[in-house]
Design a protein around this ligand. Structure first.
Ligand code: ZN
Length: 374
């Protein structure tokens, strides 16, 4: 099937995370028609059910390649010139919520796999994992799907994650990992006072600001140069105090840290806590993922060759960008992440160049050919 047509149909499913609106079945029907065995996997927690897909095509005992994607998208938000869920072609672009992140990637690998199965003889198997809650924590998505797959021995040898990875042009950047991510809430409880009657150190907001400033100036170790440096960013200061002449009784700050493999989340929590104690700051943490890097030379060479053969570009292997579900998959097998440009993801008027979508399909097809001939 034509990749633009496939993608348009998929974007038409309003699968705002973690709802599905037919997206999983849309992909499952396509793969079943190609001869895939498909299994819809539903996992529930706290009244929320997430629909996922596992699909398998087996042809002999050879290598076992996986593809991973998510069919959920972030809410449309404001500022669209078109209906976000009725994709349009405009000036050479396909525009709609999810065309970049990552229904375009899913469409490109499904169409590439379809062409590969029809045109090439090969010995091996292809497993496709599509999840439905990547944008909201991946709990009933990839984490549950991988538990299921492991218990049934359905883990691939290698897995290609089709998330957006390209920078300026399709093929210029491939992700081999990402920094870890941790969210921190720092809270100080003091005493609410009239500003004219302040007491030393009773101002909870001053304490929180001191803490944020101290952590912002912290000298992070930086040994593993495969990653960008560890970085801390405050994202919110909150007192709940909207009057002018009150010292807030309680203040808090939200902080996010993106960290290289020089740290794990446990070590970071320890460093953050040591600095918090003298300032009387209480901390709470949410770990979004540890840093990971899959430096598999064979996979990198195959991806590099596939990209070069189609585009003439030599990709840069990078760990920039936000974390992905690759961080869960990498606990089970080799992972490489390659897809379209990440420029407009999560924005209004999310778009991909139609020519780029076709190029992406060609690169995935070339990757499949090289992978199973290697
Ligand atoms: Zn994504």
């Amino acid at each position: 099937m034509d990749v633009v047509k496939f993608c348009s149909g998929l974007v038409g499913c309003k699968s705002v995370t973690p709802t599905d609106d037919g997206a999983i079945d849309y992909i499952a029907v396509f793969l079943r028609n190609l001869g895939f065995e498909t299994q819809i996997l539903e996992f529930s927690d706290k009244g929320r059910t997430v629909r996922n897909l596992f699909a398998k095509f087996e042809k002999g005992e050879g290598a076992n390649l996986g593809f991973l994607g998510h069919s959920d998208v972030v809410p449309a938000g404001d500022g669209w010139d078109f209906d976000p869920f009725e994709p349009v072609q405009h000036n050479g672009f396909l525009i709609g919520r999810g065309v970049a992140d990552m229904k375009g990637g899913i469409s490109a690998f499904c169409c590439a796999v379809s062409k590969f199965i029809r045109e090439e003889s090969f010995n091996g198997s292809i497993r496709i994992f599509i999840t439905g809650d990547e944008e909201v924590g991946s709990y009933q998505g990839i984490q549950s799907v991988l538990n299921w797959a492991e218990s049934r021995r359905e883990i691939p040898d290698d897995c290609l994650v089709g998330e957006p990875s390209s920078d300026k042009e399709v093929g210029d950047r491939v992700f081999i990992g990402h920094r870890g991510s941790i969210n921190v809430r720092a809270k100080s409880v003091g005493k609410q006072l009239h500003v004219a009657y302040s007491q030393n150190d009773a101002n909870s907001l001053t304490q929180v600001c001191r803490y944020v400033a101290a952590m912002k100036d912290y000298e992070w170790e930086y040994e593993d140069k495969r990653f960008p440096k560890t970085n801390l960013e405050p994202t919110l200061l909150f007192t709940g105090n909207y009057a002018e002449n009150i010292i807030p009784g309680e203040s808090s700050a939200n902080i996010n840290i993106r960290f290289s493999s020089d740290y794990d989340s446990e070590q970071l929590q320890q460093i953050l806590s040591e600095k918090a104690v003298p300032l009387g700051i209480d901390l709470s943490f949410r770990v979004n993922g540890e840093a990971y890097c899959c430096d598999d030379e064979r996979l990198k060479d195959l991806m590099s060759a596939a990209i070069r053969n189609i585009t003439g570009l030599i990709p840069r292997f990078s760990t920039e960008g936000g974390t992905s579900d690759g961080r869960y998959m990498v606990k089970y097998c080799n992972v490489i992440e390659f897809g379209i440009q990440d420029e407009t993801m999560h924005q209004s008027n999310e778009k991909v160049k139609i020519a780029d979508l076709k190029k992406l399909e060609d690169i995935y097809f070339e990757f499949l050919r090289l992978y199973f001939n290697a």
